[in-house]
Design a protein around this ligand. Sequence first.
Ligand code: PLP
Length: 385
Amino acid sequence: MRSSYTMAFFRPFALERYFAEFEFSARYLLSSSDCETVSTRELLALEPGAEEGYLSLRLGYTETRGDPRLRADLARLYSRIDPDSILVHAGAEEAIFDFCLAFLSPGDHVIVNFPCYQSLSEIPRALGCAVDPWPLVETPGPGGGGRWAFDVDALARLLGPKTKAVFMNAPHNPTGALPTREEFDAIVALCRTAGAVLFSDEVYRYLERDPGRRLPAACDAYEDGVSLNVLSKSAGLAGLRMGWLATGRADILDAVVSVKDYVTICSSGPSEYLAGVAARRLEELVGRSRAIIDANLGLVEGFFARRPDFASWTVPEGGSIGYPLLAGGADAEALSRRLVAEAGVLLVPGSCYSHDRSRFRLGFGRKNLGEGLAALETWLEKDSR
Ligand SMILES: Cc1ncc(COP(=O)(O)O)c(C=O)c1O
């Protein structure tokens, strides 16, 4: 009974259900979006005195908006945001949920990147919004290679007087697309003219291939911009479940706080403490993730060069994941299920995004990527005999 009621409200989160089957049993996770993690000890060692502070922490309730010191540390990551303009959540996931419940009403028009992290479209849909997909497009890039792009003209056509919010995610899951500064400015200008809030999922920020192409956070660039970030991806701290919203729109944050009261009330104290250390040491943590990614990208390029008969990809411009295309229109879900059963290598098929069935997601933020690719290659060799 209970599960059919849940299903009527939310469609199952396809990617989470797929991961639930394999994430903790597969030997090689070749599709994870979070970068290699660290131990609690390693994190605490980044800051003198942090270990003692952590062990002395009292385990009472915390402030609903988040520990003031943590909010001050997070606010420093932005140029126009003060600590009161930050709202801490249990991961990015809770922040998306609470924001949607607080801000959207049935009948609202919203525009969402497609494909996308399913919450960004599914929660508005379940709330009764009219959800228009805003497709990412694969275009020829300068110098011959391709490029996944945010189609600014398409956004202009989709926006209307009833558009309440545009949900974008850049660097993008799963394509790795990253708008140019000109494209981003045009997106902000379009939202401003339409009077739409820009909900900008920036959870892969800091993982741009070229750091010079890092975009301003939406909350700094646009008075109606709401930025979402988390320590799961670039800092490799997914188990902390520490995400946050940043926006100058105090009215929106006030409404989101009212929802948080009914969801988690407040965040986990130990996680907030550790998140504070991470926020103050973000450069080191991100630098570590970027070094792993740089080394891994060389391995991935070598793999695609050796096996063009298997798949090819448009090089992601940011983030820790890419979205290759299987050769010959092969079915990625059938392949992924065989691959994980026979070789213990986990990929995520495009069907998890209700998108192209010949694509799969490849994650390159983990240290053992080389081993996973080697296992995949061995399996492919056996398979073609
Ligand atoms: C684009 C995007 N947004 C939000 C999330 C949720 O992040 P978290 O699991 O840290 O809550 C993810 C996780 O994969 C994501 O890829």
